[in-house]
Design a protein around this ligand. Structure first.
Ligand SMILES: NC(=O)c1ccc[n+]([C@@H]2O[C@H](COP(=O)([O-])OP(=O)(O)OC[C@H]3O[C@@H](n4cnc5c(N)ncnc54)[C@H](O)[C@@H]3O)[C@@H](O)[C@H]2O)c1
Ligand SMILES: CC(C)[C@H](C(=O)O)[C@@H](O)C(=O)O
Ligand SMILES: [Mg+2]
Length: 351
């Protein structure tokens, strides 16, 4: 049956990399109806808000949503509620995509592009499962307030409920069953109550429902260090919204570039997923044809796998990205001179 894919190019390199996603959809001849809507800064400029109610409704009615990137200096001075990033948070919340899968795999041909030694990253395959609709990103109260003594105070709240922790932990355990069965849960249970609850609930769910899973716990600061000391010790890393954001950017460099890491944000079964490269709008290279479209194209592969249920086509896209890189076509971030379009063409040709 024809699937619906809503493309949200967004800002900066977002539109450049989603153009290459279109190229791949066309080259594959996928049975997909493509829709497109403004998002982020582009929507602020045209519609006055980073995401309109109509776009949220389109997303909820689609089979999958693929977002490029949002944000940029043009909108950085605005209040939080009207920034491009707020549109992304609103969409994640509206779609209730609480489990964010961020795979960090090192392609053999790129082991030397990593900032770590080849032997540390060769064969690396980590799956981050980042909680995406809770924690400090969404906690209330929040804001900047004026104190009686004339000082200003910035305030954010970090909290998690049992249910929020258990549902994302379940996703991580289910995924790990199809991998090596090892899950490392990452928090700061030594200083944060929400971290302590996280550790307790993850352990409890493992003991109740997943005795076959080998679960370990690690403090987030140690995890940041271990990722660059001995990254191959990890298989599945389960963590909260903020730590997951930071640790996945760190892990991107193990694979060679931020331009390589895709993501899938999933909610309840049968609901649409939200797919995004993990990188941002990259204002420093936007508009120059320098962006690596691989992360966006690999995000399409994740959409095809998780929302369209077409595992073989997903693997075909992933293999084509690897083949194009092995064949020597590389954008600047991974040591080559290819443009965004040339990289997309090489991937399309390798399908
Ligand atoms: N999901 C998203 O939409 C998302 C994610 C992260 C940041 N942002 C937003 O993007 C804006 C810029 O943020 P930033 O500069 O801190 O992070 P960024 O991810 O945009 O860029 C960080 C660095 O990585 C490089 N880079 C990123 N993607 C690349 C690609 N595909 N190919 C080659 N190089 C790439 C950039 O050139 C830059 O040097 C901010 O407004 C931020 O809020 C959005
Ligand atoms: C743009 C921002 C809201 C977003 C996040 O922090 O989740 C980004 O950094 C990401 O990794 O998707
Ligand atoms: Mg991020």
């Amino acid at each position: 049956m024809t699937k619906t894919l809503l493309l949200l190019p967004g800002d900066g390199i977002g539109s450049e990399v989603t153009a290459e996603v279109r190229r791949i959809v066309d080259a594959l001849g996928l049975d997909v109806t493509l829709q497109e809507a403004r998002f982020g800064g582009a929507a602020i400029d045209a519609d006055g808000v980073p995401v309109t109610d109509e776009t949220v409704a389109l997303a909820l009615a689609a089979d999958a949503v693929l977002m490029g990137a949002v944000g940029g200096p043009k909108w950085a001075g605005q209040s939080f509620d009207t920034r491009p990033e707020a549109g992304l948070l609103r969409l994640r919340e509206a779609m209730n995509v609480y489990a964010n899968l961020r795979p960090a795999r090192c392609f053999a041909a790129l082991a030397d592009a990593s900032s770590l030694k080849r032997e540390l990253v060769e064969g690396l395959d980590i799956m981050f499962v980042r909680e995406l609709v809770g924690g400090v990103y969404f906690g209330k109260p929040r804001g900047i307030e004026m104190l009686a003594n004339g000082e200003r105070r910035g305030l954010n709240s970090h909290h998690y409920t049992t249910g929020q922790i258990r549902r994302v932990a379940r996703t991580a355990f289910e995924l790990a069953k199809g991998r090596t069965g090892r899950v490392c849960s990452v928090e700061k249970s030594n200083v944060m109550e929400a971290g302590l609850l996280w550790r307790e609930e993850v352990q409890r769910l493992r003991d109740e429902d997943y005795p076959e899973i080998e679960l370990t716990h690690m403090l987030a600061d140690n995890c940041a260090m271990q990722l660059v000391r001995q990254p191959k010790q990890f298989d599945t890393i389960l963590t909260d919204n903020l730590f997951g954001d930071m640790l996945s950017d760190e892990a991107a460099m193990l694979t060679g570039s931020l331009g390589l890491l895709p993501s899938a944000a999933l909610g309840e079964a049968g609901r649409p997923g939200l797919y995004e490269p993990i990188h941002g709008s990259a204002p420093d290279i936007a508009g120059q044809g320098l962006a690596n479209p691989s992360a966006a194209i690999l995000s399409l592969a994740m959409a095809v796998r998780h929302s369209f249920g077409e595992e073989r086509t997903a693997e075909r896209i992933e293999r084509a990205v690897e083949t194009a890189i092995e064949g020597g076509t590389r954008t600047r971030d991974i040591g080559g001179g290819a443009s965004t379009a040339e990289m997309g063409q090489a991937i399309a040709a390798a399908l």
